[in-house]
Design a binder for this molecule. Structure first.
Ligand code: FES
Ligand SMILES: [Fe+2]
Length: 445
């Protein structure tokens, strides 16, 4: 990262850094000090993660009553459970007695959660139902009705995607997502049964600021030229090293959400609709909500999206020559959960259209494992780079540098684009990143 001096304003307080960010962003720059900084992280914990709708789980992970998974918003431990009535709830995993975690298994099925410290027992609705030797220990004084597990104030779903929000006053999920739903539909409604998560999420930690990962998936096609060049040379990516430049980049103004819909390089024979088999294409024609969404999907070879703040989705193509068994289309969803300044825990799920054959799902999961996920080639390319950006941004001098987001500032808007949002007819543009940071600054200030 090469930057010019940013002046004296950046070093110092969070508000100063945010003021500098707001001043610089219209010109396509940001102070590096927004990354890997303790003050910024503490503000993000409160303003971003304490108030945003954050992706937590998919309904297919908890299909039956009593099914639960443990998830996190920053360091808040949450139980995402389908209760006895079939309702999806978020419960703080913190006993109302002395604060112990009442559930310590990452996934399972339980009608009750019994705290391992003194044995207080809660129904999977969160209600406190059992206190050992209650009469002798507490007499008649314990108000059990008010001592249920604390509920996540807002939990809602969209197309099976479960989101939670720690702020009871935040707008509803549908409004929060806004027009990115049109693009999420393309990724989740290609077959009548929707999508399903297969297996537990892969989890690993990276020394990177969560925003660096999120910005990569919201609009950084440009890095594929260099970062993933070896994948092109190995034949694991389309032959044109500029393959990620084509197609359309779209952002939802004011929301921070964005998507890249990467098309076919001219003169190449990459198959339409990500290379999914013909029966999947036929299903999608009637399953997607609109003809426009089908047409857009048909022209897409690779699709990525980040839903503000920290859910990213990647759905890349298969190779046209079938040379690699694992090179059929796959989809991964991931949450970049910040666990400290310049540190994330990644939750990465393999997601597949539910109506695909078992054989397709098997091959698609191999495609995921080989490219993304903890052992994936592309994933390791990215993480290796990101850690060094975060490291530089946290240094004494490096935090005074500027980060450049000026690509595509002159690129015209595609007025013919059939979907919602602001579209540009190429992916080598930073429009989505500028929009992502515009939203970030707005929420942080
Ligand atoms: S801390 Fe849970 S029962 Fe005491
Ligand atoms: Fe990458």
């Amino acid at each position: 990262m090469q930057g010019s001096n940013v002046g004296q304003g950046v070093r110092g307080e969070v508000d100063e850094v945010l003021g500098e960010a707001a001043r610089l962003l219209p010109g396509g720059e940001m102070p590096a000090a927004v990354f890997n900084d303790r003050g910024i992280f503490e503000r993000e914990r409160e303003r971003i993660f304490g108030r945003s709708w954050v992706y937590l789980a998919h309904e297919s992970e908890i299909p039956d009553r009593g099914d639960y998974v443990l998830r996190y918003i920053v360091d808040d431990p949450l139980i995402i459970v389908r209760d006895e009535d079939g309702e999806v709830r978020g419960l703080h995993n913190q006993c109302q007695h002395r604060g112990m975690q009442v559930c310590r298994s990452e996934a399972g099925n339980a009608s009750n959660f019994r705290c391992p410290y003194h044995g207080w027992t809660y129904r999977n609705t969160g209600a406190l139902t059992g206190v050992p030797v209650e009469k002798q220990a507490f007499g008649e004084t314990l108000d059990k009705a008010s001592l249920g597990l604390v509920q996540v104030p807002q939990v809602d779903t969209y197309n099976g995607m479960i989101f939670g929000c720690l702020d009871p006053d935040q707008v509803g999920l549908a409004e929060w997502l806004g027009d990115i739903r049109w693009y999420l539909d393309i990724l989740t409604m290609r077959c009548p049964s929707g999508v399903e998560v297969v297996g537990a999420p892969q989890r690993w930690r990276i020394d990177v600021d969560w925003k660096i990962a999120g910005e990569n998936f919201v609009g950084d096609s440009y890095h594929t030229l260099m970062t993933h060049r070896s994948m092109v040379e190995l034949g694991q990516a389309p032959r044109d090293p500029k393959y990620a430049m084509y197609g359309e980049q779209v952002h939802i103004p004011g929301r921070g959400h964005g998507a890249m819909l990467i098309g076919a390089p001219p003169g190449t024979d990459l198959p339409p609709f990500w290379g999914y088999p013909q029966d999947a294409i036929d299903r999608a024609r009637t399953s997607l909500p609109s003809a426009e969404q089908f047409d857009v999907a048909y022209e897409t070879r690779i699709m990525l999206s980040t839903v503000f703040p920290n859910l990213s989705i990647h759905n890349p193509i298969r190779r046209p020559d079938h040379r690699y068994e694992g090179s059929i289309p796959m989809m991964t969803w991931r949450v970049w959960n910040p666990i400290g300044p310049g540190q994330v825990e990644v939750f990465s799920w393999f997601v597949v259209d539910k109506d695909m054959s078992e054989e397709f799902k098997r091959l698609s999961s191999l495609s995921y494992l080989r490219s993304f996920g903890i052992s994936g080639t592309f994933e390791q390319d990215d993480a290796e780079i990101w850690t060094h950006i975060a490291r530089n941004a946290g240094t004494f001098s490096g935090r005074n540098h500027r980060v450049n987001y000026q690509m595509g500032m002159e690129l015209e808007v595609d007025e013919q684009w059939p979907g919602p949002g602001v579209a540009q007819p190429a992916n080598f543009t930073d429009a989505n990143l500028r929009s992502f940071y515009d939203r970030w600054i707005e929420v942080m200030r």
